[in-house]
Design a binder for this molecule. Structure first.
Ligand code: ZN
Length: 369
């Protein structure tokens, strides 16, 4: 029997929670980690119609891309709106889980999925994720404490490079210090300059793990004041393909009209909006699903022939025109509705004994006539 947390873990293998933006609210929205799950309903948004569908289809869990709870709730009025939906969910023991900006930013996430659909190759993140930025941690330790520190580094996956783990470098040298009044030195005596044999230990770490790792090393480091440095590394050595948006290339350049038809076919859209002058041909394409207009100039700087996104506002279109980049607004819903297929594939690949269903009630809140 599977529990909800099994499904959450499978999704987070692809879309780790640390990739979510600080303002976001990903993960369990309502319900339970431990409830048994047999049927999962996948949707872009959690609406009352989708919850009614989940009840009809006897789903135990709804997995959505957009968080069900986003802004803080000050009251839960069960007569209407969100409160009514919350009551229905609790009455029917249906949990809701959302994978939002972590799914957007993940290497195997939504932007990569849409890029694959659009047959964009050689994909790189448009803005590589800070969360993956690598740092070099350098620790100075008395020689007899080195083994304990190496053990902590290894156990916490510091020094992971490609198919290698426990990658460290060390060199032994001489450290000096003078314990002042009020100190309790591990070696030496107060007011006398000490020279000790110390190891300089180096390992590459991800910035998200830095605080936790340094706390653990301090616990085994004998000095009252542990000396260490943390140096940022060139982001080109980032371990993963995580980041905001993607940029890549079409195998064969396409004419602008043909490219629009291609997008409409692949994303199943009736129409798209464009802004700026189309280039002669489209080869290099940037994409940011959802509301990506913040990255218009980033796409231009990275020499994209066009930028595909959603939710373009009028004055952002002006910026695009002034930046001389052709922007295709395929809509927020249009660029994200396929997220349900990605989430379905993640769950189906991980488990045989859970039924996944795509909502037939999900729809765009904006209609085109
Ligand atoms: Zn969105």
């Amino acid at each position: 029997m599977l529990a909800n947390h099994d499904i959450f873990s499978a999704i987070e293998q692809t879309a780790p929670r640390y990739l979510a933006e600080d303002w976001d609210n990903t993960g369990l929205q309502i319900g339970s980690y431990s409830n048994t799950v047999n049927r999962v309903l996948l949707t872009l948004d959690v609406t009352e119609a989708v919850v009614d569908e989940a009840i009809d289809k006897k789903a135990d869990l709804i997995v959505s891309h957009h968080p069900f709870l986003f802004k803080g709730l000050k009251s839960i009025n069960i007569d209407s709106g969100k409160g009514k939906v919350i009551q229905k969910l609790i009455d029917h023991r249906i949990s809701v889980y959302s994978a939002h900006t972590n799914l957007d930013a993940a290497g195997g996430g939504l932007n990569h999925y849409i890029a694959d659909l659009l047959e964009i190759k050689s994909i790189k993140p448009l803005v590589p994720s800070d969360a993956d930025r690598l740092y070099k941690l350098v620790i100075y330790s008395p020689v007899d404490a080195t083994d304990a520190i190496l053990k902590v580094l290894g156990e916490n996956r510091a020094g992971s490079l490609g198919n290698y783990s426990h990658c460290t470098f060390r060199v032994t040298g001489k450290g000096t210090f003078k314990p002042l009044t009020g100190s309790a030195p591990y070696i030496g005596t107060q007011d006398q300059i000490q020279t000790v044999s110390e190891d300089r230990i180096e390992a590459i770490i991800g910035i998200r793990s830095a605080d936790d790792l340094i706390t653990k090393i301090k616990a085994v480091h004998p000095y009252e004041q542990m000396a260490y440095d943390l140096f940022p590394m060139d982001q080109s050595v980032s371990r993963r393909q995580n980041g905001l948006g993607i940029i890549g290339e079409l195998e064969e350049a396409m004419m602008p009209d043909a490219f629009i038809t291609h997008i409409k076919n692949k994303l199943e859209l009736a129409a798209v909006r464009t802004t700026g002058n189309p280039p002669k041909q489209i080869k290099r394409v940037a994409l940011c699903t959802g509301s990506g207009s913040d990255f218009i100039t980033t796409a231009k700087v990275q020499k994209a022939d066009c930028f595909i996104t959603g939710d373009l506002k009028y004055h952002e279109a002006q910026t695009a025109e002034e930046s001389h980049i052709w922007v295709i607004d395929a809509g927020h819903y249009g660029t994200e509705k396929k997220a349900v297929f990605l989430l379905k594939a993640i769950i189906d690949n991980a488990f045989d004994d859970v039924e996944t269903m795509i909502s037939t009630k999900m729809r765009s809140f904006i209609e085109t006539h």
